[in-house]
Design a protein around this ligand. Structure first.
Ligand code: IMP
Ligand code: MG
Length: 179
């Protein structure tokens, strides 16, 4: 375990098994369709690449990068798009694949945006859900793990751009961000 990690929440094996389970549930919804899988850079990327390999329908891949200005209850204004999609979502069945839902600001805004652009449907899939932190009226359609209000790292998730490549999900030591 990394020395900045307080404890491991989900091991590589636990993640692998749960991602496969959730992806096969999602897969059942897209029989005969070609969903557009939208990955949210950068945190969602490891989850995304594992998730899509369990889908049996033909899929198309695209990516967005957004900033959420802190995202808390005080968040105002709009979501800032730092990298937009290459594809037109009009008439498409979109699956948004994201690392974590916290206040819900990011995903509430993204879903609304893609529907405004004419997507036929938008499904939200998250790796982690901090349920107790929600301040926007949105919840994932599918989620792998519920977690408490703790800062987590690994499997794509960062603190100041570090720890994304850890193969497990762990709780970051408070001393790392309180010093
Ligand atoms: P929301 O817009 O408040 O739902 O925030 C979602 C975003 O906050 C995620 O896409 C992450 O980038 C970030 N985030 C929230 N909690 C954590 C965490 O525990 N570790 C790493 N990133 C987090
Ligand atoms: Mg993110």
């Amino acid at each position: 375990m990394h020395s900045d990690c307080e404890r491991i929440l989900f091991s590589e094996e636990q993640i692998r098994a749960r991602v496969a389970e959730v992806a096969s549930e999602v897969d059942k919804r897209y029989v005969g369709k070609t969903p557009l899988c939208v990955g949210i850079l950068k945190g969602g990327i490891i989850f995304y690449s594992d998730f899509i390999r369990h889908l049996t329908s033909p899929v198309e891949l695209d990516f967005m990068a957004v900033s959420s200005y802190g995202g808390g209850a005080v968040s105002s204004g709009k979501l800032k798009i730092r990298k937009d999609l290459d594809k037109d979502v009009k008439g498409r069945d979109v699956i948004i694949i994201e690392d974590i839902i916290d206040s819900g600001f990011t995903l509430a805004n993204l879903k609304r945006l893609l529907l405004e652009r004419g997507a036929n449907s938008v499904l939200i899939v998250t790796l982690l859900n901090k349920k107790g932190r929600r301040s926007y009226d949105i919840s994932p359609d599918f989620n792998c793990f519920d977690i408490e209000n703790e800062f987590v790292i690994g499997y794509g998730l960062d603190y100041n751009e570090r720890y994304r490549s850890l193969p497990y999900i762990g709780v970051l030591k408070r001393s790392v961000y309180e010093k």
